[in-house]
Write a protein that binds this ligand. Structure first.
Ligand code: NAI
Length: 461
């Protein structure tokens, strides 16, 4: 048996960041991870590979459709999918080996295998290179999430599959049916649409991107439709099956759809399989999540949990903040996450980004607000980029002017939203943003103009 001050179970963005921060604070840290590569879903089969494919497919689509307007004349633009997939694998490898480097640099002991609790301070590691028992005063569970599916739908990992497989289809599907118009459905749907697939998105609700500001989601819907994505909203899928080399998707009130591949993207659920939580008497909540208090402590002394396995949005950067706050609380007695300042980004084209409260949330809460908006078509840099779609919307408290929510759809919205997150974190007013110099010509000027518009004094419109 080996002993450590802290054991982290899971080396995704939540777990590895917690481990690094704990090592910085002087703890002897170990981390158990069942996969050979560190970095979790995000680095291996999630955020990083999907962004690699989104970048590559966007370049391809631009070369085919957009370069001509810049006066760039190309011959036939071809697709070498194998090479594109290989590049994605290299991006993954560089990213996951970066975590290996961080572990070495911070002297974090890595165990390869599956962790199962024996009691509240001891864990059995098995199925890896060696079976071993680890004892630690504190243990953080950071085991992430797994794909959710529909009742009665079996993922065969081929025709009917999750985003993991959709990152690596070896040929461009002729017709891809995506079930779920959330983050994964829209990002992966965009990749294959750009590479030449016909893409049909079936969504149960009467809108896309639930949880995002409705006005922005509607605008995104219009733009994605223009790109050729076909949406069927209010669509209840009742079954998916394979027939020969096709898949058949059945839904209520409409004819079945025949397609090459089906991507199931209806959400994710906490991953606690075979963790041995019974051995420590830790019960999950009604949604299968590990219950924690504000300091990420479970009801079991010395056992903590962070990231997708607990309440809240399933986002890598939320897990990272929780990992840091959890460890700092263990070591220093303080540590805090401001959930209101956690941005959400959909990396489509254009990107959709959001931080703070939506208009619907403010209306439901009876909070009076003022709204400033600014379209990218009025922004000089956006014109130079030839990316005119979208706008910035800032919601500020009607009395205090404090920024309550910022929603952006447009070029590089995912980068622009960082300024808004800082504003919310610092309790800034819209006037603070409006009076801050924003370099010209930049896309960020659209954020400044939207802030000016809260007070009805945007200049360039
Ligand atoms: P999601 O929760 O974003 O979207 C799932 C969608 O499926 C929703 O629109 C929902 O209404 C719909 N749906 C549910 N049941 C359905 C049914 N029976 N028929 C049709 N539609 C149905 O989940 P998604 O896209 O699978 O992503 C999983 C998680 O991964 C999310 O929590 C997200 O936060 C995270 N993620 C984040 C990314 C990012 O930050 N860019 C990228 C990819 C995933």
């Amino acid at each position: 048996m080996t002993q450590h001050d802290l054991l982290v179970i899971g080396a995704g963005p939540g777990g590895y960041v917690a481990a690094v921060r704990a090592a910085q604070l002087g703890l002897d840290v170990a981390c158990v991870e069942k996969e050979q590569a560190l970095g979790g879903t995000c680095l291996r089969i999630g955020c990083i590979p999907s962004k690699a494919m989104l970048e590559s497919s966007e370049r391809y689509a631009e070369a085919r459709k957009d370069f001509a307007q810049h006066g760039i004349v190309l011959g036939d633009v071809g697709l070498d999918l194998k090479k594109m997939l290989k590049r994605k694998e290299r991006v993954i490898k560089t990213s996951t080996s970066g975590v290996d480097y961080l572990f070495k640099k911070n002297k974090i002991t890595r165990y390869l295998g599956h962790a199962t609790f024996l009691d509240r301070s001891r864990v059995q590691v098995s199925g890896g290179d060696t079976d071993t028992e680890i004892e630690a005063k504190n243990i953080i569970i950071a085991t992430g999430s797994k794909v959710a599916t529909l009742p009665g739908v079996n993922l065969d990992g081929d025709r009917i599959a999750s985003s993991t497989e959709a990152l690596s289809y070896d040929e461009v599907p002729e017709h891809l049916v995506v079930i779920g118009a959330g983050y994964i459905g829209l990002e992966m749907g965009s990749v294959w649409l750009r590479l030449g697939s016909r893409v049909t998105v079936l969504e149960y609700l009467d809108r896309i991107l639930p949880g995002m500001d409705a006005e922005m989601a509607n605008e995104a819907h219009t733009l994605f439709k223009k790109q050729g994505m076909v949406f069927e909203l209010g669509s209840k899928v009742t079954g998916v099956r394979v027939e020969g080399d096709h898949a058949i998707v059945e839904r209520n009130g409409a004819d079945p759809i025949e397609c090459d591949r089906v991507l199931i993207a209806v959400g994710r659920k906490p991953h606690t399989d075979n963790l041995g939580l019974d051995a420590i008497g830790l019960e999950l909540d009604e949604l299968g999540r590990i219950p924690v208090n504000d300091h990420f402590a479970t009801p079991i002394e010395g056992v903590y949990a962070i990231g997708d396995v607990i309440r809240g949005v399933m986002l890598a950067h939320k897990a990272e903040e929780e990992g840091v706050a959890c460890v700092e609380h263990i070591v220093n007695g303080y540590g805090h996450v401001n959930y209101n300042a956690i941005p959400g980004i959909v990396y489509t084209h254009p990107e959709v980004a959001s931080v703070g409260r939506t208009e619907e949330e403010l209306q439901d809460a009876g909070i009076e607000y003022r709204k400033g908006t600014y379209p990218f078509r009025a922004n000089g840099r956006a014109r130079a980029l030839a990316q005119l779609d979208g706008n910035v919307k800032i919601l500020a408290d009607a009395k205090t002017d404090r920024v309550l929510g910022v929603h952006i759809i447009g070029p590089r919205a995912g980068d622009l939203i960082a300024e808004a997150a800082v504003a919310i974190e610092f309790g800034a007013s819209s006037e603070d943003i409006a009076r801050t110099s924003h370099a010209h010509p930049t896309l960020a000027e659209a954020v400044k103009e939207a802030a000016l518009d809260v007070d009805d004094r945007a200049i360039n419109i």
